[in-house]
Design a protein around this ligand. Structure first.
Ligand SMILES: [Fe+2]
Length: 433
């Protein structure tokens, strides 16, 4: 083994170890009882996520990559997301915290032994460029965010992590940035970190447009609400209108009114007055779409979002992150489960894109107007259930990651998707024109 691959290996091991420490840290302040409960019909019990993280690692990093299965098939069955819809998961014979701790440790020990012996130069599509390690790492990060969504929905005494950092102050603006018309490169050909739905890189011609420099704030959204936004059918798509009528929806999820004009929100089970300069979160695609119509604007398409985030018109090159190719830091973006809330808008001038758009990565996911669809040249890899089965008009694309997203699991090309009615995500939006 040369020193270079030794260095890569120790870096991989360090990252995998750190990701596991984070998962356990997030769950440390959650009782065993709350781990086992299903807190919302659209979420798994937290203890399912935890066991599934280990089983996914066993399946892909031990069995598929190295041919070394470890456990009996029962665990594969229990923790296969495509075999069991969420409503079935609480009744499965899930490992408890102790049992899952032991299982995850055993898988990880076997993984470390396999990594030690691995030939990273092997021409295997799973191992090449370290893809499978990065996939496992991102999978654990993604489940961290899912678990935080569950914790936000948890009833009872609420959730507090062991520590939270303070956020910088915001600097709200109503300005829009102009993005000139013309082609840019959308997606990527990277095979080390990118997931199948981000490929292939392809040229897209975008007409010139304006994009809000910052996401829509609670103050602005309250303006829509108090202007009768939820009562005016003309502002809503027909699906959106039918949804708010049938579900009696009249405000973002977790908002409530104490007195006239006094709006509060509930964050992880604790009440707080609505922070007016913070971005609106926990809104559905339909609400974002109606707001945009009220404001005389519209939601950006996925291509517009990616061009504004990634394209450098001066050099005609694409950036990995809005500010450049350097990895995120706390000065550039609110990521990594450090603050447990979005910052006020405009708080990260150092994170601006080439067009001067702020907060595109971090704080909150952003709804786009686009359906989740395959790029030209798409090939599902390593399995269809990662993206391919979700392509189509049922899902809308979200971009940019939130405060709950870990840095290894976000970049300008990263695509997330969900149903247009969903509000459990740490999601808001900005408008285009
Ligand atoms: Fe998963």
């Amino acid at each position: 083994m040369d020193t270079r691959s030794g260095g890569i290996k120790s870096a991989l091991v360090e990252r995998l170890t750190e990701a596991r420490e984070r998962t356990r840290w997030l769950l440390r302040t959650v009782s065993d009882e709350d781990l086992a409960l299903q807190h919302d019909p659209i979420m798994s019990p937290l203890i399912w996520d935890y066991g599934h993280i280990g089983n996914y690692e066993e399946l892909w990093l031990l069995e598929k990559a190295f041919g070394k299965g470890l456990s009996n098939r029962d665990l594969y069955d229990i923790y296969d997301a495509s075999l069991h819809p969420r409503e079935e998961r609480p009744s499965l014979n899930l490992l408890d915290r102790e049992g899952a701790d032991v299982y995850l440790d055993a898988v990880r020990e076997a993984v470390l032994r396999a990594v030690e012996a691995a030939d990273l130069a092997r021409e295997d599509p799973l191992l090449k460029a370290g893809f499978v390690y990065h996939m496992i790492l991102q999978h654990e990060c993604q489940h961290n965010e899912t678990m935080l969504q569950t914790l936000q929905l948890m009833r009872g005494e609420g959730y507090r992590p062991q520590s939270m950092v303070e956020l910088p102050e915001g600097n709200p603006t109503d300005e829009m940035a102009h993005v000139e018309g013309g082609t840019f490169i959308m997606g990527t050909d990277d095979r080390a970190w990118a997931l199948d739905n981000e490929r292939d890189a392809h040229e897209v011609d975008v007409e010139g447009f304006y994009l809000d420099r910052t996401p829509v704030t609670n103050r602005a959204y309250l303006g829509f609400l108090e202007d009768g936004g939820y009562e005016r059918e003309d502002l809503w798509s027909s699906e959106g209108w039918a949804w708010i009528q049938s579900q009696r929806i009249s405000a973002p999820k977790h908002w409530y009114q104490r007195e006239p004009h006094s709006w509060w929100t509930e964050r992880f089970g604790f009440d707080e007055p609505l922070s007016m300069d913070a971005p609106v979160v926990h809104v559905s695609f339909y609400e974002a779409d109606a707001y945009a119509r009220w404001a005389g604007k519209r939601l950006p398409t996925e291509a517009e979002w990616e061009k504004a985030a990634s394209w450098d018109p001066k050099t005609g090159t694409k950036r990995l992150f809005p500010w450049g190719d350097e990895p995120p830091t706390p000065e550039k973006a609110n990521l990594d489960q450090l603050a447990f809330m979005p910052a006020e808008v405009g708080a990260y001038p150092a994170g601006a894109s080439a067009y001067g758009v702020l907060g595109m990565i971090g704080d909150l996911w952003e709804w786009t107007a686009s359906d989740f669809a395959a790029y030209p040249g798409f090939e599902s890899f390593p399995y269809r259930e990662y993206s391919e089965v979700f392509f189509g008009p049922d899902y809308k694309v979200l971009r940019g990651g939130s405060w709950a997203t870990r840095p290894d699991a976000i970049r300008n090309t990263f695509r997330n998707w969900d149903y247009p009615i969903r509000r459990q995500l740490f999601v808001g939006f900005r408008c285009a024109k």
